[in-house]
Write a protein that binds this ligand. Structure first.
Ligand code: URA
Length: 209
């Protein structure tokens, strides 16, 4: 699938299988989501530019690589995006965070914004939208629309699971935004849930129903 990287690392796939199981506890689900957040972050940031700087080791001076440019921005979509954020921040602790509050109207499946707070200099940073489920694609499209409106220019999308329908709708609107995911599942059901999927990520993270 063009513009989609499936992170098929065995650790990611193993953790995802545990998350899919209906009897996995809220505690384990939350821990696994954080861990996969870190592993996806590793892949999403694989091509970030580095520059050489002069440092001194205890033995000699050397030219060593460090990340170039401004720090990243992680943009979790509330509420389930928060479940991946801490894992990502463990790998990139200096990253900024933009919170995007969007909910899916259960009747229309359309997105409604209720909160948005982002760093002012989005234009100079790589922004990673974080949402575990790329299902209908509507939330991801609305999140990227809002970030573009706020000035973001380099946007990437990190999710745990995607549907083929969601990816194709998302790339219909935002063909230049690459997606990283642990799996692209079979399809959406009539209620906009991913099959076989893992259920409602927010409910499983927080033990709500
Ligand atoms: N959101 C979820 O939490 N799960 C799905 O399957 C689809 C959207």
């Amino acid at each position: 699938m063009k513009g989609v990287t499936v992170v098929d690392h065995p650790l990611v796939q193993h953790k995802l299988t545990l998350m899919r199981k209906k009897d996995t506890s809220t505690k384990s689900f939350r821990e696994l989501l954080r861990e996969i957040g870190a592993l996806l972050c590793y892949e999403v940031t694989r091509d970030l530019p580095v520059e050489l700087v002069e440092i001194e080791t205890p033995l000699q001076v050397m030219q060593a690589p460090q990340l170039a440019g401004k720090k990243l921005v992680f943009a979790p979509v509330l509420r389930s995006g928060m479940g991946m954020l801490d894992g990502m921040l463990e790998l990139a602790p200096a990253a900024r965070v933009a919170h995007i509050g969007l909910y899916r109207d259960p009747a229309t499946l359309n997105c409604v914004e209720y909160y948005f707070k982002a760093p002012a200099d989005l234009a100079e940073r790589v922004v990673v939208v974080v949402d575990p489920m790329l299902a209908t694609g509507n939330t991801a499209i609305a999140a990227v629309d809002r970030l573009l409106e706020a000035g973001a220019r380099q946007i990437r999308m990190a999710c745990l699971l995607a549907s083929p329908e969601g990816v194709s709708k998302f790339h219909g609107h935002h063909p230049d935004v690459p997606v990283w995911t642990a799996a692209v599942d079979e399809r959406l059901n009539d209620h906009g849930y991913i099959l076989p999927g893992l259920g409602d990520a927010g409910d499983r993270m927080y033990g709500t129903r």
